[in-house]
Design a binder for this molecule. Structure first.
Ligand SMILES: [Zn+2]
Length: 428
């Protein structure tokens, strides 16, 4: 009896009433039992056609089905209901709409259970969620997938003025996904995920945005004034074509990452060569060189000084990379541009091929790099901080997933800030 009272409080369903509940022995269930609660239509109420949503008279009643509900004390709870078929004047005989279930969902999971699992799937990994609530991994996946698709359908895409485009590698770097973020201050979220990192991958975002705009009668594209990206050619090409009026900003995070990569290449080559000659001065120097000096401990700084006293290619590369950090302190785009030019000239004379390659690419992208300073001067910090702050978050959990669709769902779930369906009760 208490269970009925509780259900009426936490999960009332309009037009339906809860009936008897019972404990059923079930060896396959955790703790060897499940709770079944009967659900039936309120007397005299007519069901809704699942096709068109209109009310209609009952045609017949199908066999009872079980719907998974939020477990109680690690005992599975299922709602048992025999769906009616509605004789719809428009659609013919159709199964009724079940308001506790995802619309058009053939699954047996209630919305409450989907929300419950998906909420836990943000706090824990999907695998841990499945274990904690004794459901399959696929059930967690389906729950999150449904919540995400609800969110994508109901999200508000107006007011996007700054976006960031980024690529991420998954499956140990064998595959890529293209991510588009909104970078407006106070509204940073993932807007789009698509497979690959080609021109087509990014175009899909614009197709999505145009469609979303058309259905609301708004031009969502026109409001985008700033685009932040890395130096990947495919992206630059699409951005130029689709947003010719927007200020294109090359993301600081990617430039620093590329310089560090070049530095590390110089170090690795030289370390190998020195090792062959029997001198291990560069042994375990990787993090000393790549980390910013102020982040090193006293002992590490001492060790770094030991390395820096030698006349090595690595040391020259390190000093060049270190000097480039000063670029980001500039506020004036003009002076930042001049500093960049001077640095590139120095780098081109360095006789270090990886560093020269960086200098060439910085020269090629001088304009969008300097735009970073234009944005810093005039606009909000969100764009300038760019993808850096989001990068840390992005693949915390998604890495383990095999298929692209699971990664896609996980990323939207984690970073999309999607709206969720409202329920009377908060289950977790
Ligand atoms: Zn109908």
């Amino acid at each position: 009896m208490l269970l009925k009272t509780l259900l009426n409080r936490v999960h009332p369903v309009k037009g339906f009433v809860y009936g008897d509940d019972r404990l059923v022995e079930d060896r396959s269930a955790v703790n060897g039992a499940r709770i079944e609660v009967a659900l039936r239509p309120r007397k005299g109420s007519r069901g809704y056609c699942s096709c068109c949503g209109r009310r209609g008279p009952t045609y017949d009643t199908r066999a009872a089905r079980r719907f998974d509900f939020v477990p109680l004390w690690a005992i599975a709870v299922v709602l048992v209901y025999a769906p009616r078929r509605i004789a719809c004047r428009r659609c013919g005989v159709k199964v009724e709409w079940l308001p506790w279930c995802a619309p058009a969902g053939k699954g047996s999971m209630t919305i409450a259970m989907s929300l419950f699992l998906s909420t836990w799937a943000r706090r824990l990994s999907w695998k841990q969620t499945a274990e904690a609530f004794a459901v399959s991994w696929e059930s967690v996946y389906r729950a999150v997938q449904w919540v995400v698709s609800y969110g994508l359908k109901h999200r508000d895409l107006t007011g996007v003025t700054a976006i960031g485009v980024d690529e991420v590698a998954y499956q140990k770097g064998h595959r890529y996904a293209t991510l588009v973020y909104q970078l407006d201050e106070g509204r940073r979220r993932l807007l789009h995920v698509s497979e690959g990192r080609s021109v087509k991958s990014l175009l899909r975002f614009f197709v999505m945005l145009r469609r979303a705009g058309r259905s609301r009668g708004a031009d969502l594209l026109g409001g985008i004034g700033f685009v932040c990206s890395d130096m990947w050619r495919a992206y630059i090409k699409v951005i130029r074509k689709k947003l010719p009026a927007a200020l294109h900003i090359l993301d600081r995070y990617h430039i620093v990452a590329n310089v560090n990569k070049a530095l590390d290449q110089v170090r690795a080559d030289e370390a190998r060569q020195l090792k062959a000659e029997g001198w291990d001065v560069l042994k375990r120097s990787r993090w000393l060189l790549l980390r910013r000096r102020r982040r090193l401990s006293g002992k590490q700084r001492w060790k770094l000084r030991q390395v820096l006293q030698w006349n090595l290619r690595t040391v020259r590369a390190y000093l060049l990379a270190d000097a480039l950090h000063a670029l980001w302190e500039y506020t004036s785009p003009t002076y930042a541009g001049r500093f960049l030019d001077a640095w590139c000239r120095r780098a081109m004379r360095s006789r270090l091929e990886p560093i020269k390659r960086i200098a060439r690419s910085l020269r090629e992208h001088r304009e969008p790099i300097v735009n970073w300073f234009r944005a810093k001067k005039r606009f909000n910090a969100g764009i300038v901080e760019g993808l850096n702050s989001l990068a840390k978050l992005r693949f915390r959990k998604a890495f383990g997933f095999r298929t692209f669709s699971a990664i896609e769902v996980a990323l939207y779930h984690e970073l999309g800030q999607l709206p969720r369906p409202n329920l009377v009760h908060r289950f977790c």
